[in-house]
Design a protein around this ligand. Sequence first.
Ligand SMILES: *[C@@H]1O[C@H](CO)[C@@H](O)[C@H](O)[C@H]1NC(C)=O
Ligand SMILES: *[C@@H]1O[C@H](CO)[C@@H](O)[C@H](O)[C@H]1NC(C)=O
Ligand SMILES: *[C@@H]1O[C@H](CO)[C@@H](O)[C@H](O)[C@H]1NC(C)=O
Ligand SMILES: *[C@@H]1O[C@H](CO)[C@@H](O)[C@H](O)[C@H]1NC(C)=O
Ligand SMILES: *[C@@H]1O[C@H](CO)[C@@H](O)[C@H](O)[C@H]1NC(C)=O
Ligand SMILES: *[C@@H]1O[C@H](CO)[C@@H](O)[C@H](O)[C@H]1NC(C)=O
Length: 656
Amino acid sequence: MAGFDPGKKRFFTLLVAISVTVFIVNIILVSGTDVKSKIRKIPIPIPGKQNGQQTPSDPNLPKLPSWYHDNEVFEEHASVNDQHPILDLMRDADEAFRIYDESRSKTFRETVAKYRRKYGRHPPPGFRDWYKMARDKNVYNVDDFDQIMDDLRPFWGIDPFEIRNLAGHMSSEEHGGVSGLHIRNKKVWRLTNQNWRVEIMAKMVQPFVKYLPDMDIAMNRLDQPRVVVPWDDMQKLLESERATRHVAPDAAAEWTTNMEGLLKDNDTAPVVIDPEWFSKHGQQYMLIAKEGCPPDSHARDPNSNLSSSEALYKHPQGGFVSNFNRSSDLCTVGPEVQGKHGFLFAPSTIIASKRLLPIFGECKVNVNNDILFPANMYYADDVRYRYDSKYDYDWDDKNDTMIWRGVTSGGTNTAENWRDMHRQRLVLTSNGTEMVGKEVLIMTEDPNNQGSYVNFKHYQPSEFALDHTDVGFTEAFACVPDCGFYDGVWTYKNMTTLSQQFESKFVVDVDGHSFSGRWHAFLESKSLGIKSTIFREWHDSRLFAWRHFIPMDNRYDDLYSILTYFIGIGKRAKASDQPYMPRHDFEGRKLGRQGREWAKKVLRKEDIEIYMFRLLIEYARVIDDNRDMIGYSGDGSELDRYDSKHPLSPSNSGHA
Ligand SMILES: *[C@@H]1O[C@H](CO)[C@@H](O)[C@H](O)[C@H]1NC(C)=O
Ligand SMILES: *[C@@H]1O[C@H](CO)[C@@H](O)[C@H](O)[C@H]1NC(C)=O
Ligand SMILES: *[C@@H]1O[C@H](CO)[C@@H](O)[C@H](O)[C@H]1NC(C)=O
Ligand SMILES: *[C@@H]1O[C@H](CO)[C@@H](O)[C@H](O)[C@H]1NC(C)=O
Ligand SMILES: *[C@@H]1O[C@H](CO)[C@@H](O)[C@H](O)[C@H]1NC(C)=O
Ligand SMILES: *[C@@H]1O[C@H](CO)[C@@H](O)[C@H](O)[C@H]1NC(C)=O
């Protein structure tokens, strides 16, 4: 570190003096007991901290020295040789991230070569314009778009005319739950079945619509996803995609014009192909979803059980989620969560199809074949969901609590089913009164082996919940016949802004009717996001569980093992039937900071635009009659000069 000024030096000396005093006092008075817990109680004078509150934007307050947070002496570290399983999970995440980071293409040449290697095709026409815009906007990783390829692959198995015809006309049926965005002559020509979602989508395409060929986009306007193609049909579609892969030396970098099937002015025969919608409101979604799972998967295996499912995604100690992707994969966890998530057993609206339809959606479960695009809410600048720094204090000034606020959405609430719905379960599980006499699994330090931890199966979390959770509904909603059955059940809490929630260190995010629009703001904050979901979104591959956020099981059985790890409980003792978990505040702060720094790099509006741009040129190719013959066939050298003047943004894999 450069420039260690005298002020900092005095401060450092003071800290050292306190540490020595504490140490001596401990030696004399309390030798043999927990030194760290004593240190915690000594108030350390921190410049800029008054009454525990610090407004980050107040310019009059002196800044904390930057090394303060990382100073070993004053951190409430667990023992140096801490072997908590969360440390392994964090290390694994860092390693996965390092590989992700180091594999980034640095030039256009590398990007196109990698594209051909990975996908067996040329990049689509327009790829050069896309690449330049991505680099101009400082996109961190120009290779990370596998989700788009996965979503579009099956469409190579059906006739481009069929896709165009469906995309052009599904939105003309008013009750089909589909809106349309129609691009002609490099402009947004028309919106059909208009609503706020498609209006925002129209804004999202503005920065690059001039590069796009004519196309129709059918957008899901319901909360719930739409398409589940049965497994065997899907394998055939994917096989056709594999069979058509090739890299033609003479590919034309041009789109085909004047193709049939697009929506026309005053179309007289709108729907040529039937989307085959069917309604299943309120019915078990796994009955539909299961058909999309592999035959040998947990969800379709009659001999599977809870432990065989857990073995696929959970750490045996503490119940921590070790594979976030799998923890939300209904083929892996479906049978275990089907009675615990409102979307799965009480969906308010399901209009679905087993036919592969070109439907753009903001989220889906893993077996859906909707084409993901970045949710409109993330682009909308809505005050209810936008990050606002007002109460986003520095970590040390935040409360040791986990907060959640929301309404009772997530499905149709009835007097019989509400206890099993996902939001309701979160509010019940975090309620200290409700948890009186109940037991959960957490971890405790092994009394004979400091730094190592074992499961503790009979923890009564009631008191901990009263002290450290602030979770509740602000309003009842979506009840049949009405919400009267909630009288006396909940204590409704006052609404808070998102920013007020950042007074808490831990912000938990669970699904509503579908995905949660708060997630980007949570990640952007200095608080640490805890995430549980069954939905997939456009950003999944760029967010690393245990590096940028804490994953939580959809059953919430790991909630207290997570919170007690970060907040700490009990006292260290030689032998005890009471659990002891040292506080891991350093780790919490670090993950919160990593999530925040990363969100500011990869969840920007620019990142949303670039995802959408890439999606639409890939989509334009699969709906093109000459899709096998078009593409960018150059070697990428034409941008050599450009690349040498635009070096890649610096790596983010260190521990800042
Ligand atoms: C479509 O119908 C409108 C209103 O009837 C008419 O003004 C317009 O000219 C028609 N467009 C075409 C291309 O036929
Ligand atoms: C669960 O399934 C696994 C694998 O099929 C089996 O080994 C195990 O004994 C089963 N456990 C129970 C409790 O049935
Ligand atoms: C955080 O703690 C402070 C001080 O105890 C209190 O005034 C404030 O209301 C708390 N905030 C929340 C969100 O609980
Ligand atoms: C917590 O549970 C108690 C007992 O069931 C209930 O009275 C109270 O309203 C609940 N609190 C909240 C925030 O819903
Ligand atoms: C909730 O809001 C009401 C009305 O604004 C206010 O009187 C009350 O004090 C608030 N309660 C809490 C706990 O902040
Ligand atoms: C999740 O797992 C599936 C199946 O293994 C894989 O295709 C997909 O890329 C994974 N997604 C992420 C975000 O890692």
